[in-house]
Design a protein around this ligand. Structure first.
Ligand code: NAD
Ligand code: IPM
Ligand code: MN
Length: 362
C-alpha cells in the first residue's frame, strides 16, 4: 500500500511531551504491520513560534500542509504568553475550517483498569461516539462590539447553521449509527431556549431520519443530556451535536470514564480533499508541563484513529488492544497520576510501545 505522509505538529505545553510517544507507537505499529509512514515535523502552530514571528503560522502554511495525508497534532495554548482566542483561531481552528474537517469524531469508552468515577460502571457500560459539527455553529467569527468602553457596551457573536453544514454532519452521524449494532442516534439540542438555530437543527434531524428508518433516534436538550451522561451513560451509542455542545460533551464524557487524558479525536474531511487531523481531546495542560506527568494515551489513541481512518484496521485494532492491555494491568508504576498511578509519560508510553512490538514476536 502507498506511503502515508503525516505532518507532525506538537504545538505547546504537554503537546510536545506526548507527541514523541504518539509517533513512537505509530512507528512501532507500522513496523509490525508493514505499513509505510513518513513523518515530517513542523514547529509552527505554537505560542513559541508566535513570540518569534508575531503569528501562529507562516503565511504559506496551507501550501506546506495540503499535500499530506494527515496532520498529527498535539495541543496549542499558552494563555500566559498569547491569548487563547489568538493562538487557537490562528492554528487549530484554521486547520478545521480551511481544510473543511467538518466531522469531529470522538470515542468515549470506559477502559479496563481505569477507575470509573460513576458508581457501579464497568467496561462496556460507557461506550459511545460523539459526532461533533466542526466548522460552524457557535464557533463563528460573525459578530462584534458596540459602544466599547461605555456603560452601554454590547458584544454579539452569531451562531451559524447552514443547511449544507448541518445536513452533512447529520448524514455522517446517521451513517455511523447505522454501522453500529444498536443503531441508536441521540441528537443534542436546546430548541426550548435557543429558538432559531436549534429548532432548525431539530428539523434537519427529523428530515434526515426519513432516509434512515432503521435508526432509533432520540433527542435531549443539552442540559438533561449532560445529566444522563452521569446517571445513565449506557443509553448512548452515537451522539450528534453542534460545535459547542459537542465540545462540552467530549470533555464530560471522558471525565465520566475516569480521565479526559485518554480521549482521542479525529477531525475529518470525509471527501479526502484535504488532510484530516488527529489529536487528543485534551489541551496543553500548562499546570503539569515539564513534569513528565502527562498521560500520552489520548495522543497515542489519536494515532490509532489515524490508522483506522486510512483503512489499516488490523493495525488499528492491535494498537487499541495494546493500550487496553497496559491499562488492564493497572500497574501503579505505569499509570499516570490522572488515572491514580505514580507513573510518568515515559513509563506509560514505553509500556504501550513495548506491548505493540511484542506482537511482532507472536
Ligand atoms: P487542558 O485539557 O489542557 O487541561 C485540563 C486539566 O486536565 C488540567 O488540569 C490538565 O493538567 C489535565 N490534563 C489535560 N491533559 C492531560 C494529560 N494528557 N495528562 C494528564 N492530565 C491532563 O484544558 P485547559 O486547562 O482548559 O486548557 C489549557 C490550554 O490548552 C488552554 O490554552 C486551552 O485553550 C488549550 N486547549 C487546547 C486544545 C487543543 O489544542 N486541542 C484543547 C483544549 C484546550
Ligand atoms: C477541543 C478544544 C478546542 C475546541 C479549543 C482549544 C478551541 O477544546 O478541541 O475540544 O473548543 O474545539
Ligand atoms: Mn474541548
Amino acid at each position: 500500500s502507498k506511503t502515508l505522509r503525516v505532518a507532525v505538529i506538537p504545538g505547546d505545553g504537554i503537546g510536545t511531551e506526548v507527541m514523541p510517544w504518539g509517533v513512537k507507537c505509530l512507528q512501532a505499529t507500522a513496523k509490525v504491520f508493514n505499513i509505510s509512514i513518513e513523518f515530517e515535523h513542523f514547529d509552527f502552530a505554537s505560542c513559541e513560534y508566535y513570540q518569534k514571528h508575531g503569528d501562529m503560522m507562516p503565511a504559506n502554511w496551507k501550501e506546506q500542509l495540503i499535500g499530506f495525508d494527515a496532520i498529527y497534532f498535539g495541543a496549542v495554548g499558552m494563555p500566559n504568553l498569547v491569548p487563547d482566542d489568538v493562538s487557537l483561531w490562528g492554528s487549530l481552528l484554521k486547520f478545521r475550517r480551511e481544510f473543511d474537517q467538518y466531522v469531529n469524531l470522538r470515542p468515549c469508552r470506559l477502559m479496563p483498569g481505569v477507575k470509573c468515577p460513576l458508581a457501579g460502571k464497568k467496561p462496556g457500560d460507557i461506550d459511545f461516539w460523539i459526532v461533533r459539527e466542526n466548522t460552524e455553529g457557535e464557533y463563528s467569527s460573525i459578530g462584534g462590539k458596540m459602544f466599547e468602553g461605555t456603560d452601554r457596551e454590547v458584544v454579539i457573536q452569531e451562531t451559524v447553521m447552514s443547511r449544507v453544514g448541518v445536513d452533512r454532519i447529520l448524514r455522517y452521524a446517521f451513517e455511523l449509527a447505522k454501522s453500529r449494532p444498536r443503531k441508536r442516534l441521540t441528537s443534542a439540542t436546546k430548541s426550548n431556549g435557543i429558538s432559531i438555530t436549534m429548532p432548525y437543527w431539530d428539523g434537519r434531524v427529523s428530515e434526515m431520519h426519513k432516509n434512515y428508518p432503521e435508526i432509533n433516534l432520540d433527542k435531549y436538550h443539552i442540559d438533561i443530556l449532560t445529566a444522563h451522561f452521569v446517571g445513565r451513560p449506557e443509553i448512548f451509542d452515537v451522539i450528534v451535536g453542534s460545535n459547542l455542545f459537542g465540545d462540552i460533551l467530549s470533555d464530560l464524557g471522558p471525565a465520566c470514564t475516569g480521565t479526559i487524558a485518554i480521549a482521542p479525536s479525529a477531525n475529518i474531511n470525509p471527501e479526502g480533499k484535504f488532510p484530516s487531523l488527529f489529536e487528543p481531546v485534551h489541551g496543553s495542560a500548562p499546570d503539569i508541563v515539564g513534569k513528565n506527568l502527562a498521560n500520552p494515551i489520548g495522543m497515542i489513541w489519536a494515532g490509532q484513529m489515524l490508522l483506522q481512518h486510512f483503512g489499516h484496521t488490523e493495525a488499528a485494532d492491535a494498537l487499541l488492544k495494546a493500550i487496553e492491555r497496559i491499562l488492564e494491568r493497572s500497574e501503579a508504576s505505569v499509570l499516570t497520576p490522572d488515572m491514580g498511578g505514580m507513573g510518568t509519560t515515559q513509563a506509560l508510553g514505553e509500556a504501550i510501545e513495548r506491548e505493540i512490538l511484542s506482537l511482532a514476536g507472536n
